[in-house]
Design a protein around this ligand. Structure first.
Ligand code: BG6
Length: 466
């Protein structure tokens, strides 16, 4: 008997910029990713989401594939500039219609929609006014959220506000590899604070709306293991937990920042600056669930020098460099680890451990595993995509979720990343994650992979058949 109950949701996930395409059609405004990816040298071989896998025009075909696979839920994000081309003000009704039709199509096929309001594609018009560093962006976000609740809330019960602050703030404002390409920790902390304010205000607006559903926040779940037993490495791993995890989870699950770190950032840089009412807003609007995106763990060591991020974006092993913050910590290769071609360590126990760490720190908060998957160049044999490594990866991670549930964790759904092959932000279309292959040489034709049928059988058996 598996630990997965009848009501457990077996789903899959995507995000707007990575699948939709239609970047400038039917009144959509540009997002920061549209602008960034058009600048030379920013992404792998100049790839961008202009067309992506054209889900905007082919969503009915994609939903038919989801239904055939037996998906019970589909996590996707809305493109804010498709709904508000200028970020606020005039609504683009064609964009509303697109999402409304998609939602209808899902519901007709008994697939529960899970909406992410923000998966990184900020309207460029708001970036031009300062983006997340400008508090007014948080206000515009709440107006955008209200529109979505009003137009889609009659059919959508599962909502989350933001996807992975550590990535869009960390890369946007610290490593500089995502837009707006800033490298300044103090600016990162203030921008991140505005994201938490936007989140809490959107949770408040959700509860004041007519929507009969729940709202959460999605974070990266990454466990940190010290490289050695030395006190310095242990302290480095604890710091990584504090900065990478507690700083990003505490404000949405406890309504406050971790006190010790807060004292440090305020002494160092005088950030985050709170406006009157922020503390109460965070405290009074704890979200209903947390979404966890788990891919890998990091091995952590003490670090006495600053290194700029140079990640592996080609899929050639060991082509990146180790990365760290001076006097805090660095991420290093685990000498005994098993790694993907993009140098991400495959470590399913980290998912069990991470879930239990969240439970220990935040209590019995409902959890969804909102992303988990293997990025790989899939093997093709006689025209068939034989993605056995993906099946193996997903299977051992489902086992890991089950182990956490057997120890009392309240996990309610699993959304492998991704339903279909899509654009990996900085790694192009060659880093495949999907159950469905997309043939870029043949009009973006869809093709079911081996993993498609494996997951279909797993869902039909409610997790028994792995
Ligand atoms: C998560 C994101 O960080 O990881 C996804 O939410 C992303 O949007 C996924 O695609 C995998 O990362 P990458 O860099 O391999 O595409």
């Amino acid at each position: 008997m598996s630990a997965f109950p009848q009501h457990f949701l077996w789903g899959a996930a995507t995000a707007a910029y990575q699948v939709e395409g239609g970047h400038d059609v039917d009144g959509k405004g540009p997002s920061i990713w549209d602008v960034f990816a058009h600048q030379p040298g920013t992404t792998y071989q100049g790839t961008n989401g202009d067309v992506a896998v054209d889900h905007y025009h082919r969503f009915r075909e994609d939903v038919a594939l989801m239904a055939e696979q037996g998906l019970q839920s589909y996590r996707f994000s809305l493109s804010w500039p498709r709904l508000f081309p200028q970020g606020r003000g005039e609504i683009n009704e064609a964009g509303v219609k697109f999402y409304s039709d998609l939602i209808d199509c899902l519901v007709e096929n008994n697939i529960e929609p899970m909406i992410t309001l923000y998966h990184w594609d900020l309207p460029q018009a708001l970036q031009d006014e300062g983006g997340w560093e400008n508090r007014a962006t948080a206000e515009a976000f709440v107006d955008y959220a209200r529109l979505c609740y009003a137009r889609f809330g009659d059919r959508v019960k599962l909502w989350s506000t933001f996807n992975e602050t550590v990535v869009f703030i960390g890369h946007g404002y610290i490593t500089g590899s995502h837009p707006p390409s800033v490298r300044d920790p103090a600016r990162a902390i203030q921008a991140c604070h505005h994201v938490f304010v936007a989140h809490a205000a959107a949770v408040k607006a959700f509860r004041a709306s007519q929507v009969a559903g729940t709202i959460g926040f999605v974070n990266v779940l990454q466990t940190h293991t010290p490289l050695t037993h030395s006190p310095a490495d242990k302290q480095a791993a604890a710091l990584a937990d504090g900065i990478w995890t507690h700083w990003l989870y505490d404000p949405v699950l406890k309504g406050e920042y971790p006190a010790e770190l807060l004292a440090k950032t305020q002494a160092l840089w005088n950030v985050p600056q709170f406006a009157t009412g922020d503390e109460a807003l965070l405290k009074e609007n704890i979200c209903d669930f947390i979404g966890l995106n788990y891919y890998k763990r990091e091995t952590v060591a003490a670090n006495d020098r600053q290194t700029h991020l140079q990640a592996n974006h080609s899929g050639e092993r060991n082509s990146g460099h180790e990365f760290g913050f001076k006097d805090l910590f660095k991420f290093v290769r685990n000498p005994t680890g098993v790694y993907t071609d993009w140098d991400w360590e495959i470590y399913p126990q980290g998912l069990t451990e991470g879930i239990l760490q969240i439970k220990a720190r935040y209590g019995d908060i409902p959890l969804y595993i909102t992303e988990n998957g293997l990025g790989a160049k899939d093997p093709v044999i006689d025209g068939e995509v034989v993605d056995d490594p993906r099946i193996d990866y997903l299977k051992i991670h489902i086992d890991a979720i089950e182990a956490a549930m057997q120890q009392g964790a309240d996990v309610r759904g699993y959304y492998p990343w991704s339903f279909i092959d899509l654009l990996s932000w900085l790694n192009g279309y060659q880093k495949q994650y999907g159950f469905v292959y997309v043939d870029h040489q043949n009009g973006l034709a869809r093709k079911r992979k081996k993993s498609f049928f494996w997951y279909q059988a797993l869902i039909a058996s409610r997790g028994e058949k792995r």
